[in-house]
Design a protein around this ligand. Structure first.
Ligand SMILES: O=C[C@H](O)COP(=O)(O)O
Length: 246
């Protein structure tokens, strides 16, 4: 049985004043039946970790444990700050920082080596979907981005169609289901049924309070990776409640 996961990615938003939103979530969902993970900017990670029992993570990590890499942070530093997870391979990093799947896989491996849960993101562009290449793209990103030592504890896969991120556009439930079933089948084929069925698969891309409940009805959707709607407790709490109700 996979435990549901509501993950919030604050991206490059928020200052210390916004920690109050995390406080509200901790109060409202202190004994939640689902895992709640917030990935604030790295500047807020340590301060955020005082809001147990919520879990916290980072939005990226370097593939190396330390060294002369100005501006980067390592998985060890994320762990030291109190983080338990890290997002890798988000499309915004794949695009803006030219992070191809080999780099994403190295980052995921670095995270796992420190005992962090790697949330590995993947998704197709609008043009790739129109060309009916979605499953080929996802298959390639899955094969290339995920390390060989995956377990249900150290890996989460997030399916995020690029065209749905921050746009208000959402795939149909059938489209989400097709990709999630495909990811599940590929995970089972590569890692065996035990591990393949234990890895959680999140949907991300314009998840909002008014569409979360129906998205969570789709088989193999084990939760969501939420951007904009995770920035306030007013918006994120109803999404968490929808997941708790599944
Ligand atoms: O990591 C989160 C995704 O990019 C989704 O962002 P969004 O919920 O603002 O569309």
């Amino acid at each position: 049985m996979r435990r549901k996961l509501a993950a919030g990615n604050w991206k490059m938003n928020g200052t210390q004043a916004n920690l109050v939103e995390i406080g509200k979530l901790a109060t409202a969902h202190g004994e939640s039946a689902v895992d709640i993970l917030i990935c604030p900017p790295a500047t807020l990670l340590h301060a955020a970790t005082s809001y147990a029992p919520l879990k916290f993570g980072a939005q990226d990590c370097h593939m190396l444990p330390s060294g002369a890499h100005t501006g980067d942070i390592s998985a060890a530093q994320i762990k030291d700050a109190g983080g338990s997870a890290v997002i890798v391979g988000h499309s915004e990093r794949r695009e803006a920082h030219e992070e191809h799947s080999e780099i994403v896989r190295a980052k995921a491996r670095a995270a796992q080596a420190e005992g962090l849960m790697a949330i590995v993101c993947m998704g197709e562009s609008a043009a790739q979907r129109e060309a009916q290449n979605t499953l080929d793209i996802i298959g390639g990103q899955l094969a290339g981005s995920i390390p060989d030592n995956a377990t249900g504890e150290n890996l989460v896969v997030a399916y995020e169609p690029i065209w749905a991120i921050g746009t208000g556009l959402v795939p149909t439930l059938a489209q989400i289901g097709e990709v999630h079933d495909f990811i599940r089948a590929r995970l089972e084929r590569r890692f065996g049924a035990g591990v393949g069925r234990s890895v959680r698969i999140l949907y991300g891309g314009s998840v909002k309070p008014d569409n979360a409940a129906e998205i969570f009805t789709v088989p193999n959707v084990d939760g969501a990776l939420v951007g904009g709607a995770s920035l306030t407790a007013d918006a994120f709490s109803p999404i968490i409640k929808a997941l708790e109700a599944v």
